[in-house]
Design a protein around this ligand. Structure first.
Ligand SMILES: C[S@@+](CC[C@H](N)C(=O)[O-])C[C@H]1O[C@@H](n2cnc3c(N)ncnc32)[C@H](O)[C@@H]1O
Length: 243
């Protein structure tokens, strides 16, 4: 996905998402977090395509947020500072790409400017989350290999994604995303063409396009969220082979 679109959108991302989804995306996030917490309550989290950092609401003690857009990262950092996180200054970096470390009491947030395909972290995660993320990846196979490499042997991968669906309601929502949302985005943000492109990416993925990359994972939850266009899939590594 062209990161420039997200750079341009960053300042208005939260508000725009609320308006065009009628607040439903945040309801999806709440449901997602509730389901994740049934399986894993704390540990090391890696969140992919973090945008403005919404998945930090999971509140794990150590959270790595991976996001390629520098403008999104600026918004994230501002938000966390408002919540009382302080930026930790340090002299040595463990990798070439810059990262930002924020601390508040026993909580640590580390923000990396990178993609799902290329991020490098020198510890493995108990949980990797990808909320509305997969359809943005340029190379899902490469990203999946990288995800697997960064997940502990019994770690969890939790995904919410807009996927293809045959239901009439899903088709209506898709029509809304492709025809009405760009008009709203044009009036509100002057970003009609960008939202047209974002809308197009919604109808590209099937659940299986994600699941097929995680053959030795057990699917422990798979359900549609509120509207049939978004699917939640929670998998555990090294479980029974899924089919
Ligand atoms: C729809 S937003 C994700 C929403 C976010 N996960 C949340 O919790 O609100 C998509 C994000 O994917 C990022 N992105 C684009 N290409 C990416 C890639 N190859 N790897 C990781 N993130 C990517 C964009 O910069 C954008 O911030």
């Amino acid at each position: 996905m062209d990161i420039k679109i997200y750079d341009k959108l960053a300042k208005k991302y939260d508000l725009a998402t609320k308006i065009v989804s009628f607040g439903i995306e945040e309801i999806w996030r709440k449901i997602f977090i509730k389901h994740i917490k049934k399986h894993i309550k704390n540990g090391v989290l890696i969140d992919l395509a973090s945008a403005t950092g919404g998945m930090a609401k999971l509140g794990f003690d150590k959270m790595y947020l991976v996001e390629p857009s520098s403008e999104m990262i600026k918004i994230m950092v501002e938000k966390f500072k408002k919540e009382g996180f302080e930026e930790e200054k340090f002299e040595v970096q463990f990798q070439e790409k810059p990262y930002i470390k924020l601390k508040k009491e026993n909580k640590e947030i580390i923000i990396l400017q990178s993609t799902a395909e290329d991020f490098e972290i020198d510890e493995k995660a108990d949980l990797i989350t990808a909320f509305m993320a997969f359809r943005n990846f340029d190379d899902i196979k490469k990203a999946s290999v990288n995800i697997d490499r960064h997940l502990k042997e019994v770690g969890y991968l939790a995904v919410v994604e807009m996927v293809k669906s045959k239901s009439i309601l899903a088709k209506l929502i898709l029509w809304y995303m492709n025809n009405v949302v760009p008009l709203i985005a044009g009036l509100m943000l002057g970003m009609k063409e960008e939202y047209k492109m974002l809308g197009k990416s919604i109808d590209t993925l099937k659940e299986d396009d994600i699941i097929e990359n995680f053959q030795n994972y057990e699917i422990i939850e798979k359900k549609k969220l509120l509207f049939p266009i978004a699917s939640m899939i929670i998998m555990r590594k090294n479980g029974r082979k899924n089919s």
